[in-house]
Design a protein around this ligand. Structure first.
Ligand code: SAH
Length: 486
């Protein structure tokens, strides 16, 4: 089993300092049931690659009753995939071989662990349910994900693909320890065959290694469940993960009772987003949404934007309108949900699009809660009915990603007006319009937030009602237009 990590950071051999492993030497560490070897296939100033090779002793596994249960066939205990695929053995090897790097310490170069490096990782053979599963787990963490499926037997194509993939992850600017930590947690999740007993210590490890990113991961519940495998630890761990996140970002020390319920499968909830799981009557909802999109498209035309972001693009309704504007040279649609992106690809007939048109559009998976260099250099960004899907405690992260790092020239951002909810008969007081909404704001709340964000990042902002105005409760939606100053 082989994992390689490369960087083109200058000088690339800084990777050796970070990992506490000299590029000139082969080093080996003992792990339970085998050895991990660390070496550098390349180490120049411009590109450096470290390799971690696992050598698992299947006989030792069997002697210690740690091999597969052997229900499949007579010799399965001896002839199995354990030595060849990425599994929790790789996670233990990562911690053993790269402990200091994973903990973010570097005595000789204390600045290095925080440095954002261009990184590329390749896991040679990783079991997964599908290529889509690999995308779903890694793309929300900001990686560009590439997978190669491996046939069961290349000489018998009719048998189809095996459950093993080569996984390639790329990130333009990431801390090495984040990459190591993501692999540490997600590889056993994919393998789903942890080799050791799972007890409270596993929950602690997950809390420790996942604290910075797992609470915002759309598949956090799946990951926690798979990582821990036994239900008794899952719920308390999820609760603690989420509460730690709230406390870290918001100084909220008390966890509200509904926080635990937020840990529903967000992806399922989001998939339902388009299917009318909503308090607004369908026709009215559609009309309002068309109006919103027409308005934003018109604003984008008015400012003459050439490069446009559609963040949380969903199934691509705004993208379709933007493609009709000849002044736009490039549109980047981004969404955290792979499912929604597939739907967008279908609805926009991407496969049949003429090449000139096709080149104007990129659809990428990514999360608005992580810095993403792909979002830089745009004239305008639309964020239509998205922020209410983010946990309120994470809005500070969103603000950093969009207004501090990506910094588009103008941002059109819409969100429901909570006061208008009184008009929806099915909705009782305090309820949200949609099951996946994490909050809904009044006009005053939205205006305050928008003004503060603008002031913090050198933008000016105006907030206006969006949709038919009601004398008592205002308009159903609201729009903030942020313009970068200077
Ligand atoms: N803007 C679209 C879709 C709105 S629904 C439209 O107006 O039609 C909200 C969208 O936000 C969903 O597609 C959901 O997948 C996406 N989303 C939720 N959390 C996200 C995150 N952290 N990063 C990026 N997109 C996210």
């Amino acid at each position: 089993m082989l994992l390689t990590i490369s960087t083109t950071h200058q000088p690339a051999t800084d990777l050796g300092y970070l990992l506490h492993k000299n590029p000139a030497r082969l080093q080996s560490v003992d792990i339970a049931y085998g050895q991990a070897h660390v070496f550098y296939p390349e180490a120049s100033a411009t590109r450096c690659t470290v390799a971690l090779l696992l050598d698992i002793d299947t006989v030792a596994l069997v002697r210690n009753h740690r091999g597969p249960a052997g229900e499949g066939f007579a010799l399965e205990q001896y002839v199995n995939d354990r030595p060849y695929v990425a599994s929790s053995f790789l996670s233990t090897a990562l911690v053993k071989a790269f402990n200091t790097a994973m903990n973010g310490t570097c005595k000789d170069r204390p600045d290095l662990p925080e440095a954002l490096l261009p990184l590329e990782a390749t896991v040679a053979a990783l079991p997964a349910a599908s290529a889509e599963q690999l995308h779903r787990l890694f793309a929300p963490l900001g990686y560009e994900v590439e997978t190669d499926a491996h046939p069961l037997d290349p000489t018998v194509p009719a048998w189809g693909d095996s459950r093993y993939y080569t996984l390639r992850l790329r990130h333009a600017a990431r801390r090495l320890r984040d990459l190591l930590t993501h692999l540490y947690v997600l590889i056993p999740v994919l393998d789903n065959d942890k080799h050791y007993w799972i007890g409270p210590a596993e929950a602690e490890k997950l809390l420790h290694r996942g604290a910075e990113w797992l609470p915002q991961h759309p598949d956090r519940e799946f990951i926690t469940r798979r990582y821990l495998r036994f239900a008794e630890y899952v719920n308390p761990t999820l609760k603690r993960l989420l509460s730690a996140d709230e406390a870290a970002t918001d100084d909220v020390l008390e966890v509200e009772p509904q926080v635990a319920e937020i840990a529903t499968d967000e992806t399922t909830a989001l998939t339902h987003a388009a299917s009318g799981n909503n308090a607004e009557p369908a026709a009215e909802k559609q009309k309002l949404h068309d109006l919103r999109l027409a308005r934003i498209a018109e604003e984008i035309r008015r400012v003459g934007a050439k490069r446009v972001l559609d963040l949380g693009c969903g199934e691509g309704k705004l993208v379709r309108r933007l493609l009709q504007q000849p002044q736009i040279e490039h549109i980047l649609g981004m969404d955290v949900s792979y499912q929604e992106l597939l739907r967008a690809q279908e609805r926009l007939h991407l496969a049949e699009m003429p090449p000139r048109q096709r080149e104007r559009l990129s659809l990428v998976q990514g999360s608005l809660l992580y810095h993403d260099p792909r979002l830089a250099g745009f004239d305008a960004a639309a964020v239509v009915e998205v922020i209410e899907h983010l946990d309120e405690g994470r809005l500070a992260a969103f603000e950093q990603v969009l207004f501090a790092r990506a910094r588009p020239g103008v941002v059109f951002l819409t969100t429901p007006n909570a006061t208008y909810n009184q008009k929806f008969e099915k909705l009782s007081a305090g309820q949200f319009r949609h099951s996946d909404h994490r909050f809904e704001w009044t006009e005053a709340q939205f205006s305050t937030w928008a003004a503060e964000v603008a002031a913090r990042h050198g933008y000016q902002v105006r907030v206006e009602p969006l949709g038919p105005h009601d004398a008592q409760v205002g308009a159903p939606s609201q729009l903030a237009v942020f313009e970068r100053i200077g």
